[in-house]
Design a protein around this ligand. Sequence first.
Ligand SMILES: [Zn+2]
Ligand SMILES: [Zn+2]
Length: 330
Amino acid sequence: MTAAAPLLTPIIGTLHALQVPIPYPMKTVTVLIDTGGSQSPITMIDTALDTPEARQAIEDGLSELGLHWPDIERVIITHHHPDHYGLAGVIEERSGASVFMLDVEIGRGERYWHMWEDWLPGHIKHMQDHGLPPELLATLEADSRRGRTRVQPAARVQPLREGQHVTLAGREWEVLWLPGHADGHLGLWNETDSILIAGDAILPRISPNIGLYAYTRPDPLGDYLQTLGKLEALNPRLAVVGHHGPVMDGVQARARQLRAHHHERLDFIRAEATAEPRTAYGLSLAMFNRDLNTSGRRFALAETLAHAEHLRLLGQLARTWQDGGWVYHG
Ligand SMILES: [Zn+2]
Ligand SMILES: [Zn+2]
């Protein structure tokens, strides 16, 4: 496969998926564009990271659909991660579009970008308390600052609520809450055509990162296991996904596979921590026993920690403060 994947994929009716380049291993993020009609406003779902390449790709996609930035009337964001939210503020400014997110995400992930300077020390301390070594802590602040420059949060974000309906491509879609990968991750579900707009709640090829950070809900893995149950029960014919898509089928089977994957990891962490008490970072070296760059190591720590804390909340592991860090043990 080369980078020759089509830029625009028709999804249903006036809804199209655009593949926008991002400087992450996933290479692209899916941005949805609904060219609108008598009942639906011209809508963009997710916005990519703010880079010149992404701006250009979106501009090209819009113009292929006969649109320009100022035409966008509504922006819906699946979750606050930079690769989905980065350009929201720019689009809001250029078009006057209303920006929407799930209410849960506005109070948490979205707020994070506005409180960023105040929250950064807590983020760093959290990583340190869970064993991130000095050489990786040293680059954390600089990397975080670089990432922050690629996110232009919207000045005003309006809430969507779980169970509410929105019109998109002339159809009704139910707003879903799919927490785990992000606290307030939103999905849009069209029952008639059995299509789910899933963001990063489920992905083919990679397991969505389920990380415990300083400002996330206390048990993101517990949240995610419930989300997988929800997705399995929905059993959509088709899902539009944030990466490695733009669409995938077999969501039910993939949800089962991901659940099995997390249960395997839980078994592994329980056994490792019981055999040899360690920090979450120490456990992450065993769970992700391969070469990772510094940001990969931090994702690995957050993911391992989500598993260790899930076990602790179930009463299957305990943790003790030792030498300036939390040590997990049986
Ligand atoms: Zn994400
Ligand atoms: Zn993503």
